[in-house]
Design a protein around this ligand. Sequence first.
Ligand code: SF4
Ligand code: SF4
Length: 364
Amino acid sequence: MRRTEPLPTWDELVALASEHDIHHVGVAPADVLERARIALVERKEAGLHAGMEFTYRNPDRSTDPSRAVEGARSVLVFAKPYLAEHEPERPPGVQGRVGRYAWVDHYGPLRTSLQEIARRIRRSGHRATAFTDDNSIVDREVAYRGGLGWFGKNANLLLPGAGSFFVLGSIITTAHYEPNEPVKDGCGSCRRCLDGCPTGAIVAPGVVDANRCLAWLVQQPGTFPHEYREALGDRFYGCDDCQEVCPPTVRLGGRHEVDIVELARHPRGQHPPDGGVQAWVDMLDVLEMSDDDLVAHFGRWYLAGRDPIWWRRNALVVLGNVGDAADERTRRVLDHYRAHDSELLREHADWAAGRLGLQSSERP
Ligand code: SF4
Ligand code: SF4
């Protein structure tokens, strides 16, 4: 039988995290997250979640750490940067833009690190479970309570001296660690994210209406709302605008960059078949891919039911916004979709063709 080891001290935990390139660590008490529970219920009742599941699915569960780990006393919170050291150049052709956090799989490597740290705690006889990108716990709220950062008006967690380009993870444990104090608000009178959102989705400081948020709309099933199609621009997946206008994030994020090329090869990450970084995606390639290829390339991203129809729908809207009506392949692809079996794709292709000035299959 394996002998138990002493519980790692706080300094030992911080050093262990550092070995995994995680330099932002905090501790929150494992109490019920009352504030987050009230906010989730209120926003759900007001319809601001727009059908979003994740932590909205079961607020009682996602706001109670002891539902995830019985007898929980502490939640260790971790933040790892995702801003790339070197940004890939935009390739030629009709390119769709991808939100920075989705360029490579950041969660697979983070999960591996946190599972290893959790194993070390378990060797002391305590329970400890790692959670990353998991609807078991509202990770931004525990990260706030654990002293990692403050809630920006754009609803992201902003780390002092570092900004918001971070992925978050946590370990819920029965071990006791001294909780940190929450960080004070650092937004002050700034409101650039509210003014900079292309759809006005930040309806109040810290409150995002998912019905208007482009990052959520690309993941939702159904017709892409007409009123937001032009605003989608070239975004194929994700939207970074409310972070890219944020002064502390822009000014300080560069101090915490990562090598995404190395992460794109991480053995525990999910990668497309051809490997590499997915910062730009060729929209015509997407519209010519088979279902299997679409799932293989983009299956790690959230999309309603993982149904390839939604990638095609998004690509048609982007094509309408940034395509070239004089390009023969573009016209051929649009003609194909304007005669598609799917009424929904036919309608989006008609919209794209109309936006490009192509009223029929004729040349413009
Ligand atoms: S992600 Fe984009 S659409 Fe959503 S709130 Fe931020 S800026 Fe607005
Ligand atoms: S843009 Fe300004 S208001 Fe918005 S999160 Fe950043 S600092 Fe806060």
